[in-house]
Design a binder for this molecule. Sequence first.
Ligand code: SF4
Length: 283
Amino acid sequence: MTTTATLRPDCSKCFALCCTALGFTRSADFAIDKPAASACPNLAEDFSCAIHQRLRPRGFRGCTVFDCFGAGQLVSQHTFGGTSWRQNPASASAMFDVFKRVRQLHEMLWYLEEARRRTFDPGLASTAAHLAEQLAAIAQGDAATVLGADVETHHWQVRNLLMEVSEEVRASYGAEGHQTHDGGLQPGADLMGADLANRRLCGADLRGSYLIGANLAGSDLAAADLLGADLRGANLAGADLAKALYLTQPQVNAAEGDGRTLLPPELTRPDHWLRQPGTRVPG
Ligand code: SF4
């Protein structure tokens, strides 16, 4: 059975698949260009990162944001039986392709689990559980099963279900007013750098919106749909996201917050939030 615990990364059981399978381009997030299916020059022989404690100052902020949703350990230990691409270089290409596909499946499983928990409709909860069973069976299958799966069809099924649950949950927070009266708060909105501090954004539909560098400090985002919203550099200091909808760890990792930011219990406070000067950590 797939649980949120199995959808969290366990790098100690992974053959550094994110540091090898994926490519990245030199940018504010990555100090170098690295083609896909090649080992990062910072990768150590034991699959650890040689600059793990200094990723941000060394220009690898993107590595601190990425989250594989537990795909890395599943593919390394289950699909490929604990034999690494270093031990068996012939398996590398398939292992990297399977990893990318399983990550997609696990991300959908993460969302489905939240939809199942948040919906008030037993029928929707049952549909979410059924879809999750199908996706988990694919993810846990052999390489041919994973690579042969019609992920795109499943993606649309999941997307439709998530939207249905979102409408239901947001309505329970009296969300109807946001889109018509609160100009700009709508799916896919360009809210880059917007000042949304100390606002009641409960039930807002911010799905796919660009909140890069936006100021959400002190705001209440209960039941705000953040599916796929770009939160890079957004200021979440003191914001209440404990009941935000479809918030994921990579989104949180990409944002800036502090010890007062409230997160859903499934998510963890990024280390870099706690290293900032003057940050107050609860407890
Ligand atoms: S810098 Fe470290 S964490 Fe980032 S890809 Fe390279 S080895 Fe992996």
